[in-house]
Design a protein around this ligand. Structure first.
Ligand code: AMP
Length: 282
């Protein structure tokens, strides 16, 4: 495995691989790898000759009051895990390498898709995501790029960008990997104290309750949303950011529960913001 820090070098390596007709799978990450990331690498390995994992904590997608400075970083551990998972190249640029002085180009998907849920709580976040993702696509030249369903809104917005801009890359969404107790794996889980870690379980529990209600025949999205809110409100130590029951393909409002449905929520446990979702076909 090779670790590449320079944009120019990564792009040259990728273009050479394309000339050799190698297929490339890209797994974009912000490091601090866990089994969720490893599941994306595994999928990329199955479907491509070469796997490139980017490891870049993208300052553009953090708000001024967010955790950019304290976001967990452990590049040596990440490189060891990436190598044993079968990654061929880690692309780990500095911020200055990605956004040199006077950098001034941004990619923005517009409309309700980016204005609700995480986009509402984190203004500018998705513009930061789409900008870095398109840059990573152009630098690493992948045939396929792998994203986690954990960040469902992100995956939907990246798909929209790729469709709208005719980017010839297949977006693959991989299922959420959870701990044994149901908590979705996240690099931010390491912020949680043991007590908060237990309190955080209200999030998967509330979403599961919503899913059960649908499986029992409920067709009113607002009733499902209300149940999820009630379960969260009756759980100690947490604060709701948002709860949504929406169309799982495009995040649009649902009149009735039918087709692809996404139950999504974000909560604060202490200072830590956690997101989770369940998607199902009804
Ligand atoms: P991050 O490093 O948090 O930016 O995540 C990098 C990629 O891994 C994103 O596509 C995430 O959606 C995905 N990911 C993060 N956590 C999980 C998880 N628990 N299960 C599956 N994918 C995940």
């Amino acid at each position: 495995m090779e670790v590449i820090k320079r944009v120019g070098e990564m792009q040259e390596v990728s273009l050479n691989l394309k000339r050799l007709e190698k297929s490339i799978g890209l797994v974009p990450t912000m490091g601090c790898l866990h089994r969720g990331h490893l599941s994306l690498i595994e999928a990329a390995r199955r479907e491509n000759d070469i796997v490139i994992m980017s490891n870049f904590v993208n300052p553009l997608q953090f708000g001024p009051k967010e955790d950019l400075a304290t976001y967990p970083r452990d590049p040596d551990r990440d490189n060891r895990l990436a190598e044993s998972a079968g990654v061929n190249y880690v692309f780990a640029p500095s911020s200055g390498e990605m956004y040199p002085e006077k950098y001034n180009t941004y990619v923005e998907v517009e409309g309700p898709m980016v204005e609700k849920m995480c986009g509402k709580s984190r203004p500018g976040h998705f513009s930061g995501v789409t900008t870095v993702v398109l840059k990573l696509f152009l630098i690493t030249q992948p045939d396929r790029a792998y994203f986690g369903q954990k960040d469902a809104q992100q995956a939907i917005i990246v798909r929209k960008m790729v469709t709208d801009l005719n980017v010839p890359i297949k977006i693959v969404t991989c299922p959420i990997v959870r701990d044994a107790d149901g908590l979705a794996l996240s690099s931010r889980n390491i912020y949680l104290s043991p007590k908060e870690r237990k309190q955080a379980l209200a999030l998967p529990k509330a979403l599961s309750a919503g899913k059960d209600m649908i499986l029992k025949g409920e067709t009113d999205p607002q009733s499902v949303r209300q149940l999820i809110i009630e379960v969260l409100e009756s759980s100690p130590g947490i604060r709701i950011d948002y709860v949504e029951v929406v169309n799982g393909d495009n995040l649009e409002e649902l009149q009735t529960i039918k087709g692809k449905v996404l139950l999504a929520a974000a909560i604060y446990v202490g200072k830590t913001r956690l997101i989770d979702n369940i998607d199902l076909e009804v």
